[in-house]
Design a protein around this ligand. Structure first.
Ligand code: NAP
Length: 508
């Protein structure tokens, strides 16, 4: 990785930071032989960030034992419950992760929740190194009136629902009371949910979509989806590849959908042009949207569904339906873009002009949010654990110290952005920090307590009567899902209920 510029604050922190638990003599006693001693590592979270970390630790350090815990009985995090069902190629990475799990120095403990089955402090006493990779399981919110009306869901909830996440199998979004859905936000998650709402169900039928979601989409009356962004087409947060899937004309693209973009919204300012000069992605996204504004409008077949890109509109209120039982419309304020004065970023500023957009369901797709756990420092504003190249810091302040043996990776480390592969580089950075600390002898204090690793974890789980699902339990789930899927010409039929997952993991 190339050299990176450090912010003045970070530079000061680096000068100040020093390991807390380990004495100077411990550092001095580090020997080359110590790198062959067992090193007990626990990774919390089995999504891409967790598995890449495990893989890199196993490759990078002799004698390391890696245990991966996850609150779900199933591994792979967002690859299983986040990646859209019509993106099977993105899921192939689970083969690589399964090979990591098959390493005799690696174990998986599903159905184990940090915070309730065991505390962070217990985990830190049990392992030399704890790496937090539990991602972002909550949502940003608007904080505007009406946000708790029925018919409003976060995109995460909706995505977990169609992907058969056991926490959302009962969401039951009502797709039959309306012909219009509003998706707030214009990132790739927003595109995913819009695509799933609009795609022909005959195409979805051969994916691993949850069976109840397929049934609901089959009877859906939604014909129009509005993708609402507070800024313009140059600032849309989606990427070109994902947009092409909606606007393009090849096999896996959306069919039978007319795309609507107002030509006036495509006008660009000098600041927009500058943004596009500096970013190839923005330029490509803008070009695709501009092209779609002309091409798709020519198709006037009445059977076609509609996808409307709505730019320069900021949500200000969720309005109830006439009988008050559910959401009935969005109040939106028109916006203009202004330089924020500090970073040079163009931000959306309200104009005081409002309009209503009728709908019967709203999906808020403005970003996932990580949650803190007891005993962990947390930057509430950014929704991340303060860290220096993956080393957890005691706070966000300039006088923060490194939390010994505690590391972070993935969305919990850098915020909810990036694709699956972004976690590879993120894991590399965190593992480099761990290996550097290991070489300094920070995990080999002879006067310190000996950590038990896996044996200690098993003792804690037994004491608490916590039933974990090992990797071969997941393999039983996997086998059953694939067999059930085969009967329906699907790659798998996901088991979506907690009790059924636990039962399937025990069977055989
Ligand atoms: P995202 O890319 O950060 O997009 C968030 C969207 O919400 C942006 O349009 C943003 O607009 C808007 N927003 C945020 N706060 C808002 C507010 N208060 N009011 C109005 N709008 C607001 O997040 P995401 O779509 O959840 O995706 C997360 C990450 O996963 C991204 O890196 C994405 O690329 C990745 N992902 C990739 C794929 C794929 O590769 N196929 C699929 C899904 C997700 P502003 O720009 O104005 O803030």
């Amino acid at each position: 990785m190339g050299r990176r510029l450090l912010l003045p604050h970070t530079r000061r922190l680096m000068l100040f930071l020093r390991p807390m638990r380990y004495s100077a003599s411990a550092t001095a006693t580090a020997t080359a032989g110590s790198l062959r001693d067992p090193l007990h590592v626990c990774v919390v979270g089995s999504g891409p960030a967790g598995f890449y970390t495990a893989e890199k630790m196993l490759k990078g350090r002799e004698g390391v034992r890696v245990d991966i815990i996850d609150r779900l009985p199933t591994p792979f995090g967002l690859v299983r419950s986040g990646v859209a069902p019509d993106h099977p190629e993105t899921k192939i990475v689970v083969n690589q992760f399964s090979r990591v799990a098959a390493n005799p120095r690696c174990s998986f403990f599903g159905n184990v929740t940090l915070g309730s089955d065991l505390s962070l402090s217990e985990l830190r006493k049990t392992y030399d190194v704890v790496v937090l990779a539990y991602g972002a399981e909550s949502d940003r919110s608007f904080g505007i009136p009406g946000e708790d009306l029925r018919g409003i869901h976060s995109a995460r909830e909706f995505v977990w629902w169609y992907n058969g996440h056991p926490d959302m199998c009962n969401l039951a979004p009502d797709l039959t009371n309306t012909d219009s859905a509003v998706v707030l936000g214009q990132g790739n998650v927003a595109l995913d949910v819009a695509r799933i709402l609009l795609r022909c169900t005959t195409e979805l039928a051969s994916t691993d979509i949850a069976d109840y979601a397929l049934d609901a989409l089959r009877s859906s009356t939604i014909r129009k989806v509005y993708l609402v962004g507070r800024r313009g087409p140059v600032q849309a947060a989606c990427t070109a590849k994902e947009l092409r899937e909606i606007l393009g004309n090849y096999k896996m693209c959306l069919k039978n959908v007319n795309v609507y973009i107002k030509e006036a919204d495509l006008a660009t300012s000098p600041a927009d042009k500058e943004e596009m000069r500096n970013s190839r992605i923005k330029r490509r996204v803008y070009e695709l949207l501009s092209k779609a504004a002309t091409v798709h409008q020519e198709n006037n077949d009445n059977d076609r569904k509609e996808l409307h890109f709505v730019f320069f509109r900021k949500p200000t209120k969720f309005l109830p339906s006439e009988d008050g039982s559910t959401v009935g419309a969005m109040e939106l304020e028109k916006t203009l873009l202004k330089d924020d004065g500090a970073t040079g970023k163009q931000v959306a500023v309200g104009t005081g002009e409002f309009e209503e957009l009728k709908c019967g369901i709203v999906l808020k797709s403005i970003g996932y949010k990580s949650l803190p756990i007891e005993g962990l420092s947390f930057d509430k504003y950014r929704g991340v654990v303060p860290n220096l190249r993956g080393r957890v810091l005691s706070s966000e302040s300039e006088t923060a110290t490194v939390e010994p043996g505690l590391y972070v990776v993935g969305w919990l480390k850098r915020g909810p952005t990036g694709i699956v592969a972004t976690n590879l580089h993120c894991a590399e950075e965190t593992v480099d920090s761990i290996l550097e600390d290991d070489r300094k002898g920070l995990f080999t204090d002879p006067s310190g307590p000996k950590r038990q690793g896996r044996r200690g974890l098993l003792e804690i789980l037994e004491q608490k009567n916590a039933r974990y699902v090992p990797f071969d339990g997941w393999e039983k789930i996997d086998t059953k899902e694939k067999a059930d899927g085969e009967l329906k010409n699907k790659p798998r039929e996901k088991i979506t209920r907690w009790n059924e997952l636990l039962e399937a993991a025990r069977e055989g």
